[in-house]
Design a protein around this ligand. Structure first.
Ligand code: NDP
Length: 240
């Protein structure tokens, strides 16, 4: 039977590449997004992958969204917690709102989504959850106390849940991308991007497909012995 996968933030950037890679690997994919209807419509037209709109920061919206996907495609076997945002500011200037928005999306979003697929995965004795954390959750980054805290939180979340899910046939892993050429990174000033690239031993930014391939492997039956792990994919920039 075709396995169903939800990719949050699955219409742009790393999520988009992941949705396409999972589809190519034979999954029935639902790509979630938050508000960019034009990008989502263009994505669906181009790929044939249906897009579903809700905010991962809203628990009830996640419950409704998962139910909608399951009614349309069937029970969810694979969840990729990819949706993420940045609200960068040095800490003395960071507002409580900037803190909350990033925590709500990047960390609570993982709880909100995983909690809504967990019971079904436990009942069916199979599940694959992949959380897209970040290099900056591993090493910390000035100007990103909110983002670094949320992404480090994702790693702790994965380690705890791996222990709970193992006997129920559920694996959960984190991937920590380095700098990947998506809208999120291309929005950064060119000078800063050049400085970042200079710190990457392989000499270039990563591509969304570099991360998508890791997700496809972790979602596969072949990866059943891997759980609670943190996969580092950063061109050698930080050796965790
Ligand atoms: P993009 O900004 O390119 O795309 C973000 C996607 O997430 C969009 O589809 C967006 O939807 C969706 N999204 C944002 N907020 C929400 C929300 N509340 N609910 C549902 N969907 C939401 O991001 P990237 O591809 O660059 O990043 C993807 C993930 O990878 C993030 O978690 C990011 O932190 C992480 N990461 C990225 C790195 C990079 O270098 N790019 C490095 C390390 C980690 P919409 O189109 O509607 O806005």
């Amino acid at each position: 039977m075709t396995k169903v996968a939800i990719v949050t933030g699955g219409t742009r950037g790393i999520g988009r590449a992941t949705s396409i890679a999972l589809k190519d690997a034979g999954y029935s994919v639902a790509a979630n997004y938050a508000g960019n209807d034009a990008a989502a419509a263009a994505f669906t037209e181009e790929t044939g992958i249906p897009a579903f709109k809700w905010s991962v920061a809203d628990y009830d919206a996640c419950a409704k969204g998962v139910a909608e996907v399951e009614a349309a495609l069937g029970p969810v076997s694979v969840l990729v917690n990819n949706a993420g945002i940045t609200r960068d500011a040095f800490f003395h200037k960071m507002t409580p709102q900037q803190w909350r928005e990033v925590i709500d999306t990047n960390l609570s979003g993982a709880f909100n989504m995983t909690h809504n697929v967990w019971t079904g995965m436990r009942e069916r004795k199979f599940g694959r959850v992949v959380c897209i954390s970040s290099i900056n959750g591993q090493k910390g980054q000035a100007g990103q106390a909110n983002y670094s805290a949320a992404k480090a939180g994702d790693i702790g979340f994965v380690k705890a849940l791996a222990q709970e899910g193992a006997r129920a046939g559920i694996t959960i892993n984190a991937i920590c991308p380095g700098y990947i050429a998506t809208d999120m990174v291309m929005a950064v000033d060119q000078k800063i991007r050049d400085a970042i690239t200079a710190q990457i031993p392989v000499g270039h930014l990563g591509a969304p497909e570099d991360i998508a391939r890791c997700v496809v492997f972790l979602a596969s039956d072949d990866a059943g012995f891997i759980t609670g792990s943190t996969v580092t994919a950063n061109g050698g920039q930080y050796l965790a």
